[in-house]
Design a protein around this ligand. Structure first.
Ligand SMILES: CC(C)(COP(=O)(O)OP(=O)(O)OC[C@H]1O[C@@H](n2cnc3c(N)ncnc32)[C@H](O)[C@@H]1OP(=O)(O)O)[C@@H](O)C(=O)NCCC(=O)NCCS
Length: 161
């Protein structure tokens, strides 16, 4: 990808996005997803509740977020921004769009997991109101061994009584 110009708009991912999202994920994720994992979130009907939003320019994805909603809970499964686009607000834009879509669909609470060493992602989540809710010790494999997963949650809407 060349030097960034203007970011694209956030839109639902489509089947044609699968290979581009998997390629981007391989560039930034130490445990990248397979194309098969992205397929359901990109509109291929495999019975999975996952959805993906993407920002793309000239057919190349700049970033994506994958989430699922079950009843009144939404879970963020994956989020990534191309290295050429990091630090320009796209992660915040994508995550905020996923939270808004889930809230509109009835979700009241969002949860996610993040590697303890992932300070960029933790900063993004804290900026959007997520707070630490628990720790899974030694959950993720690393080159040097294992590291903790931090569980973070955020309320999206007040529960009606
Ligand atoms: C995490 C990630 C999605 C953030 O996307 P981004 O577009 O670079 O982030 P943004 O520009 O929207 O930044 C939003 C906020 O996140 C935090 N943040 C972003 N990058 C950061 C960094 N390198 N260090 C600390 N905080 C950071 C800041 O609070 C930032 O707000 P600010 O710009 O007002 O300081 C991106 O770094 C990425 O793709 N990382 C690799 C994949 C990954 O780790 N995904 C998360 C898996 S749980």
């Amino acid at each position: 990808m060349t030097t960034p110009g203007e970011p694209g708009v956030v839109r639902p991912a489509q089947p044609g996005d699968v290979s581009g999202l998997a390629l981007l994920d391989r560039q930034v994720n130490p445990s990248p997803w397979t194309e098969r994992q992205f397929a359901g979130a990109c509109g291929e009907d495999n019975g999975e509740p996952e959805r993906a939003l993407v920002v793309a320019s000239e057919g190349q994805p700049q970033g994506f977020v994958v989430y699922s909603r079950v009843l009144d809970e939404v879970c963020i499964h994956n989020i990534a921004v191309h290295p050429a686009w990091q630090g320009r607000g796209l992660g915040r834009l994508l995550l905020a769009a996923a939270l808004a879509a889930a809230r509109d669909a009835g979700a009241m609470r969002c949860h996610l997991e993040v590697r303890a060493s992932n300070h960029a992602a933790r900063g993004l989540y804290e900026q959007l109101g997520f707070r630490l809710d628990g720790v899974r010790k030694n959950y993720y494999p690393t080159a040097a061994g294992r590291e903790d997963a931090l569980l973070m949650t955020r309320r999206l809407a007040e529960r009606e009584c």
